[in-house]
Design a protein around this ligand. Structure first.
Ligand SMILES: *Cc1c(COP(=O)(O)O)cnc(C)c1O
Length: 380
């Protein structure tokens, strides 16, 4: 297999320790030995979420936890406020629709972030809103939303606050209890730097109160079953979990704890700053408004006259660096550099070296070394 440098907003490459962990042999998932691993993992998960609430593990990608959040809390025709500024915000709305809810879209221009005032206005207009969904880090546009300030707004209404931190937890500031998040969901393969395949969520007592009064719209993701199985002796999941991926997730959470969340966020902030400065040094344009730009992924407008397939194809095939493209109407118009998980100086230096050569090779007037100097400056 070619050694390709993954500069994606998920999946991210994982530490050798994590690879070693997933190679351990399988144990019975209904045994005391697995119960210990399971408890350790959910406790670590709650620490990373910064919550005193119990965390739950789902075998599935991040979307499974998004779906669980909606399917367990929404009655038919219930109104839900979906803040949509990109592909993942939209996903919550599509799930709400699929579950028979009545989604109310708060549309934000792709590339910008919602403001607390906009959320307040939407909630003031309609007192039947049962829940608010927001994506902390809108991976499709490279925008971070002010989830702490919005949490202060939602607290004043009788609505659950549901937050997607799939591409921010472990890379940007998330403090579930302090931000007043009722249901927080995440996935294993982004900033947590574990293999794809696991999702996690945490729920407040308020969320459970709603769940206990709603007919679950899902069988596999019925959270009442996860609560029951999780509180047994030994603690379990209702159905067979991906035992190996839980080994991997546990190891990656231990690595995060060893690094320290503050240090980890600071490392991501440094990578984001280096990336933005390097992009600007190449006279490329950032896609989002810079003030709301993400700490874990940078979206960049495709330079005029260069096609996505030439640009990302050369990056990948000639220089072995894999970047992400745009999604939906942004396809071909932007590219995205993921700097999440185990991101360090080394990967950024290689990425921008390759990008300078690629753009020069495609005929752009590039000052060789300019973006590298910007990266170096951020790490000096
Ligand atoms: C990746 C991602 C998801 C979930 O995607 P999966 O492919 O299901 O893991 C959800 N929200 C955001 C913001 C994401 O970046």
């Amino acid at each position: 297999m070619d050694d390709i440098l993954l500069m994606l907003p998920g999946p991210t490459s994982v530490a050798p320790r994590v690879l070693k962990a997933i190679s351990d042999n399988i144990v019975n998932h209904r045994s005391a030995i697995f119960g210990e691993i399971f408890t350790e993992t959910t406790e670590l998960m709650s620490e990373i979420f910064k919550t005193n609430n119990q965390s739950y593990l789902l075998t599935g990608s991040g979307t499974s936890a998004m779906e669980a959040a909606i399917a367990n809390t929404l009655n038919q025709k219930d109104k839900i406020l979906n803040i949509v500024g990109g592909k993942f915000g939209q996903r919550f709305m599509h799930i709400a629709k699929a579950m028979g809810g009545n989604p109310q879209e708060l549309a934000i221009e792709w590339g910008d972030a919602v403001t607390p005032e906009q959320v307040k206005e939407a909630l003031d207009k309609d007192e039947d809103i049962k829940a608010v969904t927001i994506v902390h880090n809108e991976t499709s546009t490279g925008v971070a939303a002010p989830i702490e300030e919005i949490g202060k707004v939602v607290k004043n209404y009788d609505a659950l606050y549901i937050v997607d931190t799939v591409s921010s937890l472990g890379g940007d500031r998330v403090d579930v209890d302090k931000f007043g998040i009722d249901i927080c969901v995440t996935g294993s393969q982004k900033c947590l730097a574990a293999p794809p395949g696991m999702a996690a969520m945490t729920l407040t007592d308020d969320a459970w109160k709603v769940i206990d009064n709603v007919d679950s719209k899902t069988y596999y993701l019925d959270m009442k079953k996860y609560r029951k199985a999780g509180s047994g002796t030994p603690p379990e999941t209702p159905y067979t979990p991906s035992v190996s991926m839980i080994y991997g997730l546990a190891e990656s959470l231990k690595i995060i704890k060893e690094e320290g969340l503050e240090n980890r966020v600071a490392r991501h902030e440094q990578a984001a700053e280096a990336t933005r400065n390097a992009v600007k040094a190449l006279n490329l344009e950032l896609f989002p408004r810079e003030e709301v730009s993400s700490t874990t992924v940078t979206a960049v407008k495709m330079p005029k006259g260069i096609t996505d397939s030439d640009f990302r194809g050369t990056m990948r095939n000639k220089y072995k660096v894999e970047l992400a493209g745009g999604q939906d109407h942004l396809k071909g118009n932007i590219f995205r550099i993921g700097h999440m998980g185990n991101i360090t100086y080394k990967q950024l230096a290689i990425t921008f070296s390759a990008m300078e050569m690629t753009l020069k090779g495609l005929g752009l007037d590039i000052e060789m070394g300019a973006s590298l100097a910007a990266v170096n400056q951020a790490y000096l």
